[in-house]
Design a protein around this ligand. Structure first.
Ligand SMILES: [Zn+2]
Ligand SMILES: [Zn+2]
Length: 334
């Protein structure tokens, strides 16, 4: 049996654990510590102002109920976070790095087919502002599109059921996604960033720097800070009615997680509500209130608290979907 090189083993373990620590120290991650603190402060404010949500419970008891944080469904969220760390280290991170290469490829293609444009009259400040907004819109629209497809395409829905089987929600429910679905969302990010950055480089011939706070898109940073993590929680935070047509409130995403199947395919937006509004899938927090989170038993394709079940059974679900689709297709063509 070949001996194990301790140096190699150390590098392997460090690489595997890096994504776990970066979840909390990287401002590009939703569970960055500052966003969690922001969510906690906001939740405390909701608990103090909307005392009817809290009932007779103390503020601390209401913020961290055992029935939520120690629920087997919550444990699966954390298990998935650990299980996906090595996949993130060895697959996601290298692929994510390819968006710069894609941007260069896009610039080269555009230069070749459209020619190099004249220098722009726009100031670097205007270009940076434009790039920040366009990148934010591109990211948000593409997330809405892929999320909507995950609800409409049966094979993708089999994967997306892992996110929707959560019976209770904490900020860690963010990690509750099948690795294949996470990979698709990551590829989408690479494509959108690569193509949009390439177009900006081509048009303006300048480092199209975006406005950033601690290295992330300024708009995403602000929205994450003011409650991005409350969407996956028991804290019902509604926005004023007019604002819920513009931004998805935590309460609106909670409706998306309602056990009532008629709510599953509504409010697919990440930040902006306008995409749902345009698509006719928007539902305001005043129009529905989830009685329970999760999927009806007949829709479940895995155990809501089992790791191996959540990883493997959705794949069997896809195989079933393809098998049942085949005879229908044959009868159509025949
Ligand atoms: Zn969700
Ligand atoms: Zn969904």
């Amino acid at each position: 049996m070949p001996s194990i090189d301790p140096e190699k083993l150390n590098r392997f373990v460090t690489a595997m654990l890096a994504p776990l620590s970066s979840y909390f120290t990287d401002p590009g991650q939703r569970v960055y510590w500052a966003y969690l603190v922001g969510a906690l402060l906001l939740a405390a404010a909701v608990g103090l102002i909307r005392t009817e949500q809290r009932g007779a419970r103390s503020l601390l008891g209401w913020l961290f109920p055992r029935s939520v944080w120690f629920h087997p469904s919550s444990f699966l969220d954390v298990k998935l976070m650990f299980a996906k760390a090595p996949i993130k280290a060895f697959v996601f991170v290298p692929v994510a790095g390819s968006s710069f290469g894609l941007a260069l490829w896009v610039v080269a293609r555009l230069d070749r087919y459209l020619g190099v444009p004249e220098p722009s009259a726009l100031s670097p400040t205007t270009i940076s502002l434009l790039y920040t907004v366009v990148l934010f819109l591109g990211w948000d629209a593409s997330r809405f599109l892929l999320h909507s497809l995950a609800h409409r395409i049966p094979a993708l829905w089999e994967l997306h059921k892992v996110h929707h089987s959560a019976q209770v929600m904490t900020p860690f429910t963010l990690f509750r996604a099948h690795p294949v679905e996470s990979f698709l969302f990551m590829l989408r990010g690479v494509l959108v960033t690569g193509v949009l950055t390439g177009v900006f480089f081509h048009l303006f011939r300048t480092e199209a720097l975006q406005y950033e706070f601690v290295g992330v898109n300024a708009l995403g940073f602000v929205l994450n800070l003011v409650g991005g993590n409350l969407r996956h929680s028991h804290v019902r935070l509604c926005y004023p009615r007019w604002l819920e047509y513009v931004l998805i409130s935590p309460a609106q995403h909670q409706i998306h997680h309602s056990r009532d199947p008629s709510h599953h395919h509504r409010n697919c937006g990440a930040w902006l509500a306008v995409w749902d509004w345009l698509a006719g899938t928007l539902i305001l927090s005043s129009e529905a209130r989830p009685r329970a989170f999760g999927l009806p038993t007949k829709d479940l394709n895995h155990s809501p608290s089992g790791l191996m079940s959540a990883l493997l059974r959705p794949l069997l679900g896809i195989a079933r979907v393809w098998q049942t689709a085949r005879p229908t297709d044959l009868s159509r063509t025949g």
